[in-house]
Design a protein around this ligand. Structure first.
Ligand code: PEP
Length: 255
């Protein structure tokens, strides 16, 4: 059985003090649900502080981005070696990075390989735009993206990464996909993974849904068989909402 995974992407929100207070306000609630893997992804500057708060807890830490080189003249960037030992996860290819910073599937794929080399588990984001969705291109776009970001990974690596299907039109809009629709696309992503790496790794691959998930709608997504968790943006900044999403996931998945 795939262990469900809920990750909170705080994006460019919270200073260090606010990050510490947010973690403190959700820690007990999250700790009470050990059957779900729980990951917090605060901004880079808060990672060490949050890491200290998570010592001796079962909650994992993730970064929101990473540059695919060990070190060098890349002003402002963060390497996997800097994250290793601090984080277990790193979000890669989020649509906001694709939209504002021009990241491509090929570049994200380089990041995925580099992260794995450093024992960081990538949470790899893919998803179609509203225009692509309305043009009936979702399957084609998601298939192309999944092939691109997973290119060159062996079966063991495919079974270790996490993917997040995040339709761009659902991110931060309060307009989520339907549970059934997301389940269908995630099933397709799993088929693509099976084509690349074989059925065993594809069955082990965990695939989240992301896009306006809240405590109120989480049950609709977590009740779906292909959906293994959620990547949560806005609601991960509200302790009660995020804890409710994790609790709902535990109930829906029976863990
Ligand atoms: C995200 O940032 O990955 C996300 C899904 O955001 P939101 O939950 O706010 O839609």
């Amino acid at each position: 059985m795939r262990i469900p995974i809920i990750a909170g992407n705080w994006k460019m929100n919270t200073n260090v003090d606010e990050a510490i207070r947010l973690v403190e306000s959700m820690l007990d609630g999250l700790e009470a649900v050990p059957g779900v893997e729980r990951v917090l992804c605060p901004p880079f500057v808060s990672l060490t502080y949050v890491s200290d708060l998570l010592v001796e807890t079962s909650i994992r830490l993730g970064a929101q981005n990473m540059y695919p080189a060990d070190k060098g003249a890349y002003t402002g960037e963060i390497s996997p070696g800097m994250l290793k030992g601090l984080c277990q996860y790193v979000i890669l290819g989020h649509s906001e990075r694709r939209q504002y910073f021009g990241e491509t599937d090929e570049f994200v794929n380089r990041k995925v390989h580099t992260a794995l080399t450093h024992d960081l588990v990538p949470i790899i984001c893919i998803g179609e735009t509203l225009a692509e969705n309305e043009a009936g291109q979702t399957a084609a776009v998601v298939t192309r993206q999944a092939r691109g970001v997973l290119a060159g990974l062996n079966g063991d690596q495919v079974s270790r990464v996490v993917m997040a299907y995040e339709p761009i039109w659902a991110i931060g809009t309060g307009r989520p996909a339907t549970g059934e629709g997301a389940n269908q696309v995630i099933g397709l992503i799993r088929e693509v993974a099976a084509g690349l790496a074989g059925p065993g790794p594809a069955q082990a691959l965990r695939i989240q849904y992301g896009g306006s998930v809240t405590g109120d709608n989480a049950a609709e997504f977590m009740g779906q068989p292909e959906i293994d968790g959620a990547l949560v943006g806005g609601a991960s900044l509200k302790a009660d909402q995020f804890v409710r999403i994790v609790q709902t996931t535990a109930q829906a998945k029976g863990v």
